[in-house]
Design a protein around this ligand. Structure first.
Ligand SMILES: Cc1ncc(COP(=O)(O)O)c(C=O)c1O
Length: 402
């Protein structure tokens, strides 16, 4: 079956966050213009995959929505998906339902570190990581990414130094990486993990973007690389990004080691995060199937065409704006530093004037200056309009060639 990713779905009357000017205003503390093109929040504009919609309809018809708990079919679906997508054989008992990956990161940070201790992250990175660490009264320890010859890389020497410090107990790895779009190679993953395991650092591997990987690249679940890694790795994932179902709240932790898993679950219960969503469970079961895999394959193929379009457009129309082509994720990290504008001016031109709601680079921490993150998980018509608006808004500042 061929799925239609060009179709525009009207999300305005759906209690949806991305299109809600009030929700956006509360983030940026400014009155957001009408007629926005929202390319900020990391969900897609595609109608949910039909096999999920069908499963939810069938569940609704059962007319009962009491407290729920996943049964065998949920665990089987997760095992099937990891094997099919990544060739990774996992056991059902390693799996725990969590309401969201962010909740999973929060649980892990609070379980494996104490107040005042350090948690290593690699900025610029998905901003809730830093907020979770700060809210838990831990310290953000930045092992900043290096941009070398148009390619983001990890600074392994610095990571080794940071991991050696006894107060740094946890590292959060974003794999694939949001916002730079890096899909870490097997060698890079092994290097990170070897540093962490050698130094007794618990590695929380957020692999929520692992299904969205472009031609020529491959995502490796960290835990699949060596049996020894079960001693210090927490794997977190979800169908949320791949299938655009973040609102259904059905995410997953995979922890092979029984002791580590038990301590994780104890904190989860203590934080009252062991709540489950009926539809989240049904969604996982419906998504992690052969049909789901085919839908995701076509979606990734479509999004890669958006990346092609963006790359060509920037090259032909926006000198001063560059992009390192993402290897995965539907997020594009644009470097506007060539325009000579401050972050405030970039915000004004793109968000306020063009009404293209992207995420300002500084939100991702050091290294984000002069950048924006654009979400390409949308029908191409939306991307075309957004880019034309951005081009015009940048012209407003009187840049000669733009
Ligand atoms: C790296 C990363 N982790 C987690 C999430 C959120 O996942 P969840 O909705 O399951 O908390 C996102 C969403 O943007 C993300 O990019």
């Amino acid at each position: 079956m061929i799925y239609d990713f060009d179709r525009v779905v009207d999300r305005k009357q759906t209690n949806d966050m991305k299109w809600n000017s009030k929700a956006i205003s509360s983030y940026v503390h400014l009155e957001i213009p009408e007629n926005i093109i929202p390319m900020w929040l990391a969900d897609t504009e595609f109608a949910c995959a039909p096999m999920i919609v069908e499963a939810l309809k069938n569940r609704t018809e059962k007319e009962i929505f009491g407290y729920c708990a996943p049964m065998e079919s949920f665990y089987e679906a997760v095992c099937y998906w990891q094997k099919k997508r990544f060739g990774w054989e996992i056991e059902p008992e390693w799996i725990t339902y969590i309401p969201s990956v962010v909740a999973g990161v929060n649980i892990a940070v609070r379980t494996y570190s104490k107040e005042g201790e350090g948690v290593i992250i690699q900025q610029p990175v998905y901003d809730p990581f830093a907020s979770i660490i700060k809210n838990a009264k831990r310290k953000v320890v930045n092992n900043g990414l290096i941009c070398k010859d148009g390619h983001f890389e990890m600074d392994f020497d610095e990571l080794e130094r940071l991991a050696e410090r006894p107060e740094n107990k946890v590292m959060i790895l974003c794999s694939p990486h949001n916002p730079t779009g890096r899909v870490w190679t097997k060698e890079e993953l092994v290097q990170v993990e070897e540093i962490c395991i050698r130094n007794g650092v618990m590695l929380v591997s957020d692999e929520i973007h692992g299904d969205i990987v472009y031609k020529g690249h491959r995502h490796y679940p960290l835990l699949s690389l060596d049996d020894r890694y079960t001693k210090n790795v927490i794997h977190l994932t979800a169908p949320g990004k791949t299938f655009n179902v973040a609102g259904l709240k059905g995410s997953i932790s995979i922890i092979p080691d029984q002791k580590i898993r038990e301590t994780f679950v104890q904190t989860q219960i203590a934080m009252s995060l062991d709540v489950k969503n009926t539809f989240g469970i049904e969604c996982v079961i419906a998504a992690y199937t052969e049909d789901g895999a085919e839908w995701a394959r076509q979606e990734v193929e479509y999004m890669e065409k958006n990346v092609d379009y963006l790359e060509k457009y920037l090259h032909e129309n926006m000198p001063g704006v560059t992009m390192i082509r993402p290897e995965g994720t539907f997020l594009c990290w644009l470097d506007l530093s060539g325009l000579g504008l401050s972050d405030e001016e970039i915000f004004q031109r793109i968000i306020m004037d063009a009404a293209v709601i992207c995420v300002p680079g500084p939100w991702f921490g050091p290294g984000g200056e002069g950048h924006i993150r654009l979400n390409l998980g949308c029908p191409q018509s939306m991307l075309v309009t957004a880019l034309d608006r951005m081009k015009r808004a940048l012209k407003i500042v009187g840049l000669s060639e733009v």
